[in-house]
Design a protein around this ligand. Structure first.
Ligand code: ADP
Ligand code: MG
Length: 350
């Protein structure tokens, strides 16, 4: 039986104190969420949604009140106990994919498993492979994040959140930067994996239409819960629930086009060589382009300068070609010097 978590938020406040003012991001919230529930949290920007999620996930501590997740009173945990709680019991999906760009999709997912569970590489990579298959990316295991679409990157982030089999999934606006159709797909996927894993899901979203497919809809305003309701929903788009066996048996790790099951597991960072080659290639191309631009600019400047010199020389030649001068006057001054008056005339036709 998979262990799931209910959580209790009791009289919780979180106040950020600045130099001049204090902001009550969460203000006296009481919230109980049952095991396996899907709760959507909506509210205007700045209403405290992310802060509430961070408090439940043990990412920050409340200024007042207590948060209990399963059996753990988060206020009683040491910093390392809290880190352990986050790693083992909570799966986070953030607003942007937050994948490590120089690791392949499978490495990104396996890393989360390697950091938390024993069992080493074979187990971590088998779990990562199973999770990627579960989110529909069995054939993109070896892709780097930049080679994936926004929706696919979000799927990898969901696989990463699932890999340690958390009882609590927390998603902070996971679809806000996606187009409508992709957002719907990601939403349905979250719903499906939540049900398949029997996890509790708390999802922050601006999209009240999608939020209506949750079991419970909570509105926050200025750090307080102003509505807590069960939405009427008919969501035919949700796909049938398929319970997953966990942890995945090693021999059942999903085969994929890119990475057959008998392919030796590559060590973490196997893509580093490719990254270095890419990097050097780009550096060379950019240097070459800068050199070429520099060379062209220098040539252009030199041609402009010599054109100007030529035209000045022609004007000088022209000015002096027909030059004649006549002495008009020569007067001796009282101090013994002479004052000479000349008249100059250019007789050239031009
Ligand atoms: P939401 O996710 O609903 O947009 P947040 O929880 O991010 O809201 O923020 C709630 C309020 O707390 C906002 O007024 C925000 O400016 C403030 N806030 C959030 N995080 C911090 C922080 N680290 N330091 C100071 N103020 C913060
Ligand atoms: Mg937020």
């Amino acid at each position: 039986m998979v262990e799931t978590f209910a959580f209790n938020v009791n009289g919780v406040s979180k106040t950020y104190v600045g130099r001049r003012s204090a902001v009550a991001a969460v203000d006296g919230v009481d919230l109980h969420v049952a095991k396996g529930q899907f709760v959507a949290i909506c509210g205007q920007s700045g209403s405290g949604k992310s802060t509430l999620l961070a408090l439940v996930g043990g990412l920050c501590r409340p200024t007042a009140g207590s948060v209990t997740v399963g059996e753990s009173d988060l206020g009683q945990l040491t910093p390392s106990g809290l880190a352990d709680f986050r790693g083992r019991q909570v799966g986070f999906v953030f607003q942007f994919s937050s994948l490590l760009p120089n690791l392949r999709a499978i490495d990104n997912v396996a890393l989360a498993a390697l950091l938390q569970t024993g069992g080493g590489y074979p187990r971590a990579y088998a779990a990562a492979r199973a999770c990627l298959a579960e989110v529909g990316l069995a054939n993109r295991e070896t892709a780097f994040p930049r080679e994936l679409s926004g929706g696919q990157q979000r799927r990898v982030a969901i696989a990463r959140a699932l890999v340690n089999r958390p009882g609590l999934l927390l998603a902070d606006e996971p679809t806000s930067d996606l187009d409508e159709q992709t957002a719907e797909e990601i939403f349905a996927l979250l719903r499906r994996v939540q049900q398949a894993h029997g996890a509790t899901l708390v999802l922050v979203t601006h999209d009240t239409r999608l939020a209506r497919s949750a079991d419970r809809l909570i509105y926050l305003h200025q750090g307080r819960i102003v509505e807590d309701l069960v939405p009427d929903r008919v969501d035919a788009r949700l796909q049938p629930i398929e319970r997953v066996a966990w942890p995945p048996p090693l021999h059942e790790a999903s085969p994929s086009a890119c990475s057959p099951a008998d392919e030796p597991i590559q060590p973490l960072g196997a893509g580093l060589g490719r990254f270095v080659i890419d990097f050097l290639g780009w550096t060379f191309a950019v240097t070459l382009a800068i050199f070429a631009i520099n060379h062209l600019t220098a040539g252009f400047q030199q041609r402009t300068v010599s054109r100007e010199q030529d035209s000045r020389r022609q004007i000088e030649e022209l000015a002096f070609r027909g030059m004649r001068s006549n002495v008009e006057d020569l007067v001796e001054q009282s101090d013994g010097s002479f004052l000479l008056t000349l008249s100059l005339e250019n007789l050239a036709a031009e």
